[in-house]
Design a protein around this ligand. Sequence first.
Ligand code: KG4
Length: 338
Amino acid sequence: MIILAFESTCDETAVAVVRDGRTVLADAILSQADMHALYGGVVPEIASRKHVEAIAGLTDQALAEAGITKKDVDAVAVSYAPGLIGAVLVGVSFAKSVAYALGVPLIPVHHIRGHIAANYIAFPDLQPPFLALAISGGNTLIVDVKDYTDMEILGSTRDDAAGECFDKAGRVLGLPYPGGKPMDLLAQQSQGGKYDLPRAHVSGCELDMSFSGLKTAVVNLAHNAQQKGEKLDAAALARDFTRAVSDELVPRAIAAAKQSGRTVIAAAGGVAANSIIRADLEEACRREGIRLYLPPLKLCGDNGAMIGAQAYYEYLAGQTAPLDLNAYATMELSEATF
Ligand code: KG4
């Protein structure tokens, strides 16, 4: 089954062609990050307009790359939630029109389910059940993936997402948007151990996380240093910050796996590209005898292939949408059923 998949929930316009949920025939992506970097973060209105400009051309590019024509497409998939509403609407409207024009089913895909499914592309042997650590710019979730379309959230952030925290910390350190990758590179230049940053604990909900206190601590450190005319050791701060984020994520992922009896963890989302978090996950999983799947860096960030991968399993589960499908800014991944 050949699925043409669309992703436009934030600042990447992506169109992919995926066969049977596992084989990527084309994955065309246009990132707007440089444009938003001028403003230090994503400007929703600009994101929507850029998606409109890019999506048709990327579709032609993806079909050409896959070596197929429109009539070879068996179904159309789209990331319909969660995300910046104007941005998501562009992908949903375009996908609906393509599905209508081609007379093929329309498959709605929850964006985070897509991130998790990136692992199906990278690891042909991976099958549910497993535990997913989904860490991106807008979401931070520990998910029990019981089956391809049956998922339960075991833990989540109570406030900011891990990626947002990286981006804000990067901004106060004067790094370009998005801050995650530059923070990663900076952190690799130091052993840290210089800044004492907070680790949050959500009383009574051991698997929930919080990043807003950590974000505020870094912002305050930077502002205090600025006011006193002192210079921060940016590399040490990046390292200590990343260690604090990792301390929030990794032990909870392990605890969740133990609680739910899962012996496999799959990481997902842009923050799963972080070299320190990857190393910490590897070490913890080795120690606990848990099998770890870490997707290659290019499948961690937003892409269309992951939407096409999840769409295949949504389709097999009977999850197709009528042509009045709407876009949603927020939606729990366990709610994403039709
Ligand atoms: O999954 P993603 O591309 O988009 C969303 O669905 O949100 O994640 C983007 C986030 C950004 O916050 C970005 O700074 C972060 O992933 N990120 C990283 C790294 N690469 C990207 N965070 C930490 N370390 C990285 N190497």
